[in-house]
Design a protein around this ligand. Structure first.
Ligand code: AHM
Ligand code: MG
Length: 341
């Protein structure tokens, strides 16, 4: 389908909201603030390689300001773009240990936002794609009061919107508000995110697997069996998957969402809960993937149904094309039933 012309992110969200008579327009306002923060971060990410060339090394830049690590810069940009709009009662970030309250002099809203400001930041120096991930929920605590930890510790099924921004060869904003998954590419000349992929459906079958095979030694038997099974596809007359792993979740997920694939960050013998965070990384990606027709599980249950018990909780994740996740789930279950380690 030919993309609609001049469909900006803001217009798309507003038109989506208008289909719900009870909508107040607050969610579109909130996502617009986030889009502004994303543009600012995108600019800074694009300049990252210039820091050494232009001599901005050390702890201070030419203006005498402290040079912040890019992930801290992204965190601060999002907080300051969003703490005064009157739509949020609380934020929580992968970069901060505790919940982030809205300053007292600002209006409190009905939403909560959880985010990973710059995921995959270990890749920055190599000019590899990185991203911001976000998850938006409705508060549970009474309106007009400061948000509480319980507002943040909600299962992913409660999300009202989620998405990511990938800072790659172009900057792309991908979101769902529960009515499909849509992607907008930043046109740097006009400074707008324009609709580039409407209603993304991820293929039912995977062509790609993405996991850190360097950890193979520590994997449990079920995962080892599954990976061997997909690598042996030729023996069954099937086409083998390609292995693709950037080590930057947003970029790996974005590619797999479009092409069909499975991304795995498992529990292993050293890390019983895997690495990735439920509230900032796994829940928003699981919501997006389910909206695009895929699945996301922790090995045993749907990611979105996990009841969080702490802010920075980690969970294993198997996320991707439906048939691939069904298959890995079967291998994990069989290994467990046979008592394999
Ligand atoms: P970060 O939040 O510290 O950036 O770590 C998360 C990143 C993900 O983007 C990526 O999928 C994963 O870590 C890669 O981990 P590993 O290097 O162990 O394969
Ligand atoms: Mg992260």
């Amino acid at each position: 389908m030919e993309p609609k012309r001049f469909m900006t992110l803001q217009r798309h969200i507003l038109e989506g909201e208008r289909q719900h008579p009870e909508a107040t327009g607050e969610l579109s306002a909130l996502l617009s603030e986030l889009a502004l923060a994303a543009k600012v971060i995108s600019l800074e990410v694009n300049k990252a390689g210039l820091i050494d060339i232009l001599g901005f090394t050390g702890d201070t830049n030419v203006q005498g300001e402290a040079v912040k690590k890019l992930d801290i810069y992204a965190h601060n940009t999002i907080v300051s773009a969003m703490d005064h709009g009157g739509h949020l009662c609380l934020m929580a970030s992968e970069e901060e240990e505790d919940i982030i309250h809205i300053p007292k002099h600002h209006k409190l809203g009905k939403y909560v936002m959880m985010f990973d400001p710059l995921d995959g930041s270990s890749n920055i120096d190599a000019n590899v794609s990185i991203g911001t991930i976000f998850s938006i929920l409705k508060r549970k605590s009474p309106e007009g009061t400061p948000g509480t930890l319980e507002d943040a510790l909600q299962p992913g099924v409660e999300q009202v919107a989620a998405g990511y921004i990938v800072y790659g060869s172009s900057t792309i904003f991908v979101y769902t508000a529960g009515h499909g998954v849509h992607a907008f590419t930043l046109d740097p000349a006009v400074g707008e995110f324009l609709l580039s992929h409407e209603n993304i459906h991820t293929p039912e079958d995977a062509r790609i697997y993405s996991t850190n095979e360097g950890n193979y030694k520590y994997w449990h038997k079920g995962l080892k069996n599954y990976i061997k099974y997909i690598q042996d596809a030729d023996d069954r007359g099937a086409t083998p998957y390609s292995a693709r792993y950037i080590g930057s979740m947003v970029a790996d997920i974005h590619r797999n969402l479009l092409y069909g694939g499975i991304f795995i960050y498992p529990a292993d013998k050293r890390h019983p809960n895997g690495k990735l965070r439920l509230l900032y990384e796994c829940n928003p990606m699981a919501f997006l993937y389910e909206q695009a027709g895929g699945r996301a599980i922790d090995g045993k249950q749907r990611i979105l149904e996990i009841q969080p018990h702490k802010l920075h909780q980690r969970v294993p994740i198997y996320i991707g094309s439906k048939n691939a996740v069904d298959m890995v789930e079967k291998f994990l279950r069989e290994a467990e039933e046979e008592g394999e380690d």
